[in-house]
Ligand binder design. Sequence first.
Ligand SMILES: [Zn+2]
Length: 357
Amino acid sequence: MTKNILYNEKVPEYWLTTEFFHAIQLLPELQKPTVVKYASKNATEGARWVVTLQHANESSGLYALADTWKKLYSENVELGYDLYFLIVNGYGAMMREYYPMFDRRFAPDQIDFNRCWTKPGEKGREDMPMVQREQIEELTEIILQTNPEYIIDVHNTTGKNKPLAFVQEKYAHSILIHNLVDHIIYSGPLPGSLLDRFSDICETITIECGKTGTLEAFTAGKEMINQCIQYKKEDQKKTYKNPLFYKELGRMVIKDKINFSFYNVKKETHLEKNKFFVRSDIEDLNQTSVQEFGPLGCYEGDDFPLCFLEHGLDKSEDYLQVCGREIEIAKPTYGLLFTTNAHNIRVTELGYLMERI
Ligand SMILES: [Zn+2]
């Protein structure tokens, strides 16, 4: 059954001797999606899953897992449930002939793994390579067989972000998520995402630890994974923390034919016509109010350079306005996942807007 994935009944011996700062040494063994079980001697609850590296450029989860399983084994921790780790795309993380390690979301012969988890009866992406389809089918079958109770999907952002979690509205008030983050975002539908696939079955949370490759994000990710593993249902009696809740409104895309670059808002900038200049501190807009942050950037040209998409619909006129040469957001909203990573901006988006609830 595990033709296209790797399945380990326990953490391989060699992995336990690998220090977490050397976790990239494990990548050659993670060329297929890899499941690792940490079995309970007496499981009384459904399984918990920690998933990472769905996006091959988001490395914090891999390092955090290397640290986590070492600790579990050395302290011989008994959890009372079976814990599973899933490392999805080690293959995409080390396509070294094409790009540096951890540089791209997925390899040139792949599509985004987090768009492959097609629900039964749903039409999957037509451009999904056969191998990914089979990998996801095998993984889905294994996950369902374990009677999952919690699935935590660990991601990074390419821009600066405080740790945050995406969750469907029905799970937004669970104690677990309140213990993980201070910023909770109600996730809109995202066909093919792991979150959409499994939220009907169990509490499924996507966490964003912070900027990929930073020690800060690793530390935050490790702490959140630890919280998920240690979490006990008796904790329901504990007091709630007071996270901030947001709802995603849509995403900001730079139009295909528009060139862009960055400028320092504190310095005098000479604009080039028909080129969009994005503020170089745009990542500071994340989880910050638009009024506090100010304009997004500058533009002088014929066509408007940006597009705001709400569930795929162009709502630019409602959300964006021009003031002189500055481009402003017209609604009192908050930034989310804004990045200065030019590759990501080109293939996905500049960032998202959300509202507080
Ligand atoms: Zn991601």
